[in-house]
Design a protein around this ligand. Structure first.
Ligand SMILES: [Zn+2]
Length: 143
């Protein structure tokens, strides 16, 4: 399955290859203070392949807080947050927002709250290495 997603204005878009086709897609409503504010709901497939296209990199704000280990890619033109990355041992891992999906039947989404409060930084990074998308490429510039 090839999932397409984008921010609202299209400055940031992505393709997520999900193989084999998912019978359901986990959709984690993150309980961190930032995701509560903007309604962040994330998914990842550890063996997925993610290609992120950014047409105008100057119009993407990279926001982090707390432990500073996750980078939220916020489109500064439209305010949507389609992607989060985390660099661990010089490797970039990512999750994508199910709210940014353009062509996924929402009945596939298995929604659940997620709280990672109280997690140590080490266990947080280990969890991301296991669960987040490990094959991530950014492409910058116009299509
Ligand atoms: Zn945008």
């Amino acid at each position: 399955m090839l999932i397409h997603g984008s921010c609202h204005c299209g400055n940031v878009s992505f393709e997520l290859g999900w193989d084999p086709d998912p019978s359901e897609i986990p959709a984690r409503a993150c309980g961190c203070s930032f995701c509560v504010k903007h309604g962040g709901v994330w998914t990842s497939h550890p063996r997925g392949a993610l290609r992120i296209r950014v047409n105008e990199p100057s119009l993407v704000s990279r926001y982090s807080f707390g432990t500073g280990t996750a980078l939220f890619h916020v489109c500064s033109r439209c305010g949507a947050v389609p992607v989060v990355t985390s660099e661990i041992d010089a490797h970039v891992y990512a999750v994508v927002s199910v709210n940014a999906f353009d062509d996924v039947n929402h009945s596939l989404l298995r929604r659940a709250p997620a709280s990672f409060q109280g997690e140590t930084v080490a266990s947080r990074l280990d969890r991301r290495k296991t669960n987040w998308i490990a094959d991530v490429r950014f492409v910058e510039g116009g299509a």
